[in-house]
Design a protein around this ligand. Sequence first.
Ligand code: GNR
Ligand code: NI
Length: 167
Amino acid sequence: MAKLDILEFPDPRLRLKAEAVETFDADLKRLADDMLETMYAAPGIGLAATQVNLPKQLLVVDVSEAHDSPLVLVNPELREGRGTEVCQEGCLSFPGVYADVQRKEWIRVQARDVTGRSFELEADGMLAVCIQHEMDHLVGKVFVDYLSPLKRSLLLRKLDKQRRHAG
Ligand code: GNR
Ligand code: NI
């Protein structure tokens, strides 16, 4: 296993639209494992391949406290969504800043696992929020895109300031 480097805003590679995965081989399995290791180490509850400079339709999530419920979604597609919910979000590509984002409260997603087997997943709560956040990364979208221009510029200033203080 290996820890991968996470791209940070405003890296233009975060804006790439990920390609569908067509080959379900050992390399894909290794990439998913490396992404999980990277996510747990960060620490984070989700990670999209786009964030580690591999613009493929692959994401990992684990919203459990014990870090014992990893999920890998390949070529995920939103099939249904209901309701709305506002949650404070963060992103490993925007370290140290947080903002409220409105998402679907309940979703049904179809995806493949690392072996290529198709499955469906229904999610609500934090899992639904996180999957939607990761699926956005796969189309080059990030959580600050939902903010008003004023809120976004305040948040990006704060990000800059934190980086200066972090050295
Ligand atoms: O670790 C993460 N936490 C989080 C909190 C609220 C909503 C979404 C997330 S995802 C984020 C990890 C990340 O940046 N994934 O792309
Ligand atoms: Ni993110």
